[in-house]
Design a protein around this ligand. Sequence first.
Ligand code: ADP
Ligand code: ASP
Ligand code: MG
Length: 425
Amino acid sequence: MGRIVMKFGGTSMAGSERIRRVAQIVRRQQAAGHQVAVVVSAMAGETDRLVNFCREANPLYDPAEYDVVVASGEQVTAGLLALTLQALGCKARSWLGWQLPIHTDDAHAKARILDIDGEAMPQAMAGGEIAVIPGFQGVGNDLRITTLGRGGSDTSAVAVAAALQADRCDIYTDVDGVYTTDPRIVAKARKLKYVTYEEMLELASVGSKVLQTRSVSLAMKEGVRVQVLSSFIDDDATPADEIPGTMIVSEDEMDRMMETHDMERQLVTGIAADKNEAKIILTRVPDQPGAVAHIFGPLANAGINVDMIIQNVGRDKGETDVTFTVPAADLLRAQTLLEAQKSAIGYNRVITDAKVAKISVVGVGMKSHAGVAATMFKALADRGINIQAISTSEIKVSVLIDEDETELAVRVLHTAYGLDQADAA
Ligand code: ADP
Ligand code: ASP
Ligand code: MG
């Protein structure tokens, strides 16, 4: 007998009928002999609706009050799931963020979980009661309700699994695992049986929204075993304990798996696209020590994350163009800041473009193999796709391209790295 945390996302919780399906899946997991805690998201679309109400009420909304509003979506689904489980004859109760409690810092709308130290919930679970926890919410030091940032229920689930020392954290969603790329964009995407924490972390951070980035870093730090699987299943589907989905594993585990199954590591594991970046070009920046610090210092102080950077070959007269990307949501703020610093930086013009996309290829295999970037550049060039900026890490290469070419680029790269499913159309 083990302890399992099950998390259900927005599509899985959208409406009474689906909640009933979820309750049946939960009951089945308990019947397999486990203690069960369930973390739920708000119904699909609900959080967007609540965010809009906040914007309409006050465009410069106070994040603490925003949290009061947006956290309510998960309260509704947690209560409904507990009621539905009771209707199926199970013992169940909801535990709101402040009741457990899930302590967070006070960074409203993007709070971080500090700890979950409640005793009452594990005791209730040991007595056969199913614990239902609204994801996304916690309670700050100031005892006010907080939320963890969009997609945060994944992080709630992993944190609960770590606190309960659960045997596994199953993330149920609307696809049956982690794929080589978003299966809704590329029909030939292939399901991965295993992916390493490191790769999943990188994939999530470059736009693969199947898991919130923070949930992966927390799982990696705490050693939580995470499986991604589908909630859209029939009664005769393979039980979760037999791992029908994708398991996130450590590098060592992956190496062992590869050896046992006599498999070769792919150079590239997955491809992700992110349309939420914007490009800024500053023209004719003085080509001298300190110039770049004048640009990026103020942006960093304003909490704006700069991602890709290129400094063009110096023009004559000791000037150069500097190109970089920031989150699209911060573009206006970044532009305003740079304009205020115009004389300090000494540039000529600021040019912005939000119609860009970052395409990234990720794979632990590239640590030990050269040529991954070259394959990428050639495949894109062959299709006439222009690369506007490049950045790399040990296990990732990213390029910035025109947003209109996103789907084409992902498909072309998917084929170029041999990731296409053999039997797909
Ligand atoms: P939930 O509401 O369950 O949290 P999300 O919408 O946040 O679900 O995440 C699931 C979605 O992630 C899928 O519907 C899919 O379109 C998208 N996705 C993006 N990249 C991938 C990938 N590599 N593998 C699987 N799904 C992906
Ligand atoms: N409901 C929240 C959101 O839509 C949290 C989540 O679903 O993970 O962002
Ligand atoms: Mg999600």
